[in-house]
Design a protein around this ligand. Structure first.
Ligand SMILES: Cc1cc2nc3c(=O)[nH]c(=O)nc-3n(C[C@H](O)[C@H](O)[C@H](O)COP(=O)(O)OP(=O)(O)OC[C@H]3O[C@@H](n4cnc5c(N)ncnc54)[C@H](O)[C@@H]3O)c2cc1C
Length: 491
């Protein structure tokens, strides 16, 4: 079976890796990976400057989703996995230019500890009273239509919780807007808790109790309590010591170089009697199967010629753009920074920056001693115009805002960074808008009617790296299962 993979981001690479493994094991599969840009990796890219690892796109993945770490281990990168420095984990929200720590006991968007919630400067008295009364919230009937995350959060905790919690936390993940994001897709557990318990706080506490009981049972069952064996350190996030580029390089090294076509955007796709024709750089080739791992808007353009409704559904998935700005400083030249990993900026603060990570604190050993690395994240749904600004303007904006927020002592305006790096990610982050789950079901139904077609990538069932890897590998495995048995195993 000859498969064309369109898009060499992490999803397309994961699909190619799976096909390459099958090919090497003797399965009758061949593949060609078409990538529009001159490099593989899509949003994953990093560079090392004077010993400092700078992430241009994502800096890590969620440890609780195993697909990414599993792939890294398979590729021989197990020793390169680096847990986040959770001992120093503390995140702030910017409120009227001041850094306010997230209160203890906050489980994603849900407060679960009375005293820290009562004492925090993050919320007004009115919101705190509302949070206490939330314990009495009645259950929601099942079968109601999807709604925006902002609507769900506001119903339980009020509008200040939307502005100071939901918006900044979600824009850090999706570069998106809680008034548009789907509660059912982005916060499915909270939607279920509301149906079962009414109160999200009560639901979250019950889930936490169950989790602890399960963990205790597992621990005593496995004898770990008595054993001296220490589990490998785990952080909430996992990075690679040399940056995400390590994963891309390791994947590329496993693939057959003759199967990779860089700077080759696919311009047309057609379904024909004996498979699919793929047009790129002026030539047309026939394949038995296609994995489209490009962003959904690009998939929509290609598939619109095959099935116009499918093309429209795919093109209807909104995307946001973002910018990352890395600034490297001599630590002695700046002042003492607040403890923790960094801060999030609510949209209501009216700033360009959505978040800033103190990289040297979040992952130890990736920044040389006595250096500080700030990684600012700009853009989001309401700030597309910023992509057109020059690097110099973006760096100056970040420096000005860091000075405003951290103060002139911690971040003196006049101190020049030793190195700056700016990356623009245009329409890179899919937004799971209200009705997303229904839309992906309609997409799946239409794709199922087109033999040999699979979709993978961040637009469908998870925006993060582990989900993209899972979907890419799954798409390839399904196609491998369709290919005829190798001649050798038949004989
Ligand atoms: C700035 C930023 C920070 C992020 N931070 C994190 C994080 O910390 N942790 C995390 O888990 N996730 C993070 N994400 C999300 C995650 O990185 C992405 O969702 C994921 O990498 C998307 O992978 P993909 O393969 O689906 O798409 P992409 O990486 O977008 O790759 C798609 C590829 O398709 C190619 N392409 C498009 N059209 C064509 C065509 N016609 N022909 C051929 N090729 C085509 C593109 O050039 C691109 O290389 C972040 C994303 C961004 C942008």
């Amino acid at each position: 079976m000859r498969t064309a993979i369109i898009g060499g981001g992490i999803a397309g690479l994961a699909a190619a890796y799976e096909l390459e493994k099958a090919r090497a094991a003797g399965a009758p599969v061949e593949y060609t990976l078409f990538e529009a840009r001159e490099r593989l990796g899509g949003s994953l890219a990093s560079e090392t400057v004077n010993g400092a690892v700078l992430e241009l796109g994502p800096d890590s993945f969620l440890t609780e989703k195993p697909a990414a770490a599993e792939l890294c281990r398979e590729l021989g990168l197990g020793a390169e996995l680096l847990p986040s420095n959770d001992e120093a984990r503390k995140t702030y929200i910017v409120v009227r230019n001041r850094l306010v720590p997230l209160p203890d006991g906050l489980m994603f968007l849900v407060p679960t500890k009375l005293i820290p919630t009562a004492l925090t400067r993050l919320f007004s008295l009115k919101t705190k009273v509302r949070m206490a009364l939330e314990l009495l919230h009645p259950p929601r009937p099942t079968g109601l239509p999807d709604e925006a995350v902002a609507t769900l959060v506001e119903r339980h905790f009020g509008s200040e919780a939307v502005d100071r919690l939901a918006d900044p936390l979600l824009s850090g993940i999706f570069g998106g807007d809680s008034a548009q994001l789907s509660a059912r897709t982005v916060l499915p557990r909270l939607v279920e808790m509301e149906i079962e318990y009414g109160s999200l706080t009560r639901g979250m506490l019950a889930a936490h109790r169950k989790m602890r009981a399960r963990a205790a049972a597992q621990k005593s069952g496995s004898g770990l309590a008595q054993s001296k064996a220490r589990p490998a350190p785990r952080g909430i996030f996992t990075a690679l010591r040399g940056g995400m580029q390590q994963l891309i390089d390791a994947l590329q090294a496993r693939l057959d170089p003759a199967s990779i076509r860089l700077s080759t955007p696919v311009s047309a796709l057609r379904m024909v009697a004996d498979g699919w024709t793929v047009e790129a750089n002026g030539s047309r080739e026939l394949y038995d199967a296609v994995v489209i791992a490009s962003p959904a808007w690009a998939a929509g353009e290609l598939l619109g010629q095959v099935d116009s409704e499918l093309g429209e559904e795919l093109s209807g998935i909104p995307y946001s753009s973002s910018i990352t700005v890395n600034l490297v400083y001599d630590e002695a030249a700046i002042g003492r920074l607040p403890d923790g990993f960094g801060f999030l900026v609510p949209v209501k603060e009216g700033r360009a920056m959505l978040a800033c990570t103190f990289v040297h604190r979040k992952f130890l050993g990736r920044t040389p001693p006595a250096k500080a690395v700030f990684r600012a994240f700009l853009g989001g749904m309401n700030n597309e115009a910023m992509l057109a600004e020059t690097d110099a303007v973006l760096v100056a904006t970040v420096r000005r805002e860091l000075n405003d927020i951290l103060g002139n002592k911690a971040f003196p305006a006049g101190v020049e960074p030793e190195h700056t790096q700016v990356s623009r990610w245009r329409r890179a982050m899919a937004q799971y808008a209200v009705g997303h789950r229904e839309r992906t079901q309609r997409i799946a139904e239409r794709v199922a009617a087109l033999p040999g077609l699979r979709l993978a990538g961040n637009a469908y069932d998870g925006i993060g790296i582990p989900d993209c890897i899972r979907l890419g590998r799954q798409a390839a495995k399904e196609l491998i299962a369709l290919s005829p048995e190798p001649a050798v195993s038949r004989s």
